[in-house]
Write a new protein. Structure first.
Length: 384
């Protein structure tokens, strides 16, 4: 079985979809029956995964996305160039792990991570919504089968687009082995770099954007006793996303008051050490297709407080303390318990570590390869 994997999402900033693509690229080589794996980036084949770091092209891309003319020209040109580059590879399965599928005559698989561009369109830039909605609708016409990160998203896609449920496979993500419990000695150098202490803070990690519900988290943290906030400040690690100016203004005030620290985008080498050093992980998101940071925190042996929205109950599996994302008072109570109650903390750590064992990138790659086999089988089987 021969596979072409699009790796366009492996770029700065490396968000959840980029990490999914990166791990899938690494593990598919060992998956059953995958005899050849080719990487496709932009409109050409490449031999290796790219180095993920800030670049001028990233800034240019953000500027161009704001222009309808530029987006339209890019879509038309890139479709043509990709189709030309993929000509003659019809015996390969093409997998678009980030929604998109180019024109391709062979078997096609697309991963749909969530439907936020349709169901939470107000939480994204309008130009990105227009672009992604158009591309997603094209992918639905081109795909032989879809993959989702969770059962929640699988059923959401089937219901929203009227897609046959049997043509959508739910394959859960996993955390990197780098996310594991660590001692003070293992993390001291990294903590020193960021001016933080072991077991001395509450962590949120993710893009700074409206969908992540950070204002509710700030409001909940303000309800904690002053002594608690001073002892365990809230640390925010994440790339500056769309429509986040007001959130950043709030963070500046909180930093001045001494109960919050904003780290910005944290390199992937440092992130697991910051996870494992946290006293508590919080994730109040309004909507997630999976919610990888929750799994990464559990795998790191850190207690979790998160919202009960969308896929998060499915991922946490009862190991996290959960509440409605709009219930600020309950969120504050759970955070306070997560910081102060040693009995609950010990139980949450044990449950989280046990839950994290259920997920692995090898399993993700093996089940994805099974989708490829099924798509090929359907293509080969004569249609009556």
């Amino acid at each position: 079985m021969k596979v072409i994997l699009s790796i366009d999402s492996v770029r700065f900033p490396l968000t959840g979809i980029g990490r999914y693509t990166f791990e899938l690229a690494k593990h598919l080589n060992n998956a059953p029956d995958v005899e050849q794996l080719r990487f496709f980036a932009g409109n050409r084949f490449v031999n290796t995964l790219p180095n993920v770091s800030p670049s001028v092209s990233h800034d240019i891309r953000r500027i161009l996305l704001k222009s309808r003319l530029a987006v339209g020209l890019f879509r038309t040109t890139s479709q043509m160039l990709r189709q030309r580059a993929l000509r003659g590879y019809n015996d390969f399965v093409f997998h678009g792990p980030n929604f998109y599928l180019p024109p391709f005559d062979g078997p096609r698989v697309s991963t749909f991570h969530d439907l936020s561009m349709f169901t939470w369109a107000n939480c994204h830039p309008p130009e990105r919504v227009r672009y992604m909605q158009a591309e997603i609708e094209l992918s639905l016409k081109r795909a032989d089968m879809l993959v989702t990160d969770s059962e929640f998203t699988r059923h959401e896609v089937a219901n929203y687009f009227g897609w046959p449920l049997e043509k959508i496979r739910s394959i859960p993500l996993a955390s990197s082995p780098d996310f594991r419990p660590r001692s003070l000695n293992e993390t001291s150098e990294t903590l020193r770099k960021y001016g933080m202490s072991y077991d001395g803070y509450t962590l949120y990690a993710g893009t700074i954007e409206p969908r992540k519900n950070l204002q509710a988290l700030f409001d909940a943290y303000l309800l904690l006793p002053h002594k608690t906030r001073a002892q365990w400040p809230l640390v925010i690690a994440g790339y500056r996303g769309w429509n986040s100016d007001e959130l950043h203004n709030h963070m500046e005030v909180a930093q001045h008051e001494g109960w919050l620290k904003y780290l910005g985008y944290v390199p992937s080498d440092d992130l697991p050490l910051l996870f494992s050093s946290a006293r508590l992980f919080v994730f109040p998101s309004l909507y997630e297709g999976f919610g990888l940071p929750v799994l990464e925190a559990m795998a790191s042996g850190v207690p979790v407080v998160c919202s009960n929205a969308s896929s998060l109950p499915e991922v946490s599996g009862g190991a996290a303390a959960m509440c409605d994302p709009d219930d600020v008072e309950t969120m504050a109570t759970l955070i306070n318990t997560g910081l102060e109650d040693e009995y609950w903390r010990a139980e949450a750590k044990a449950k989280g570590l046990l839950r994290a064992v259920d997920f692995s990138w090898n399993r993700c790659a093996d089940e994805t390869a099974e989708v490829y086999r099924d798509v090929l089988s359907c293509r080969i089987t004569p249609q009556i």
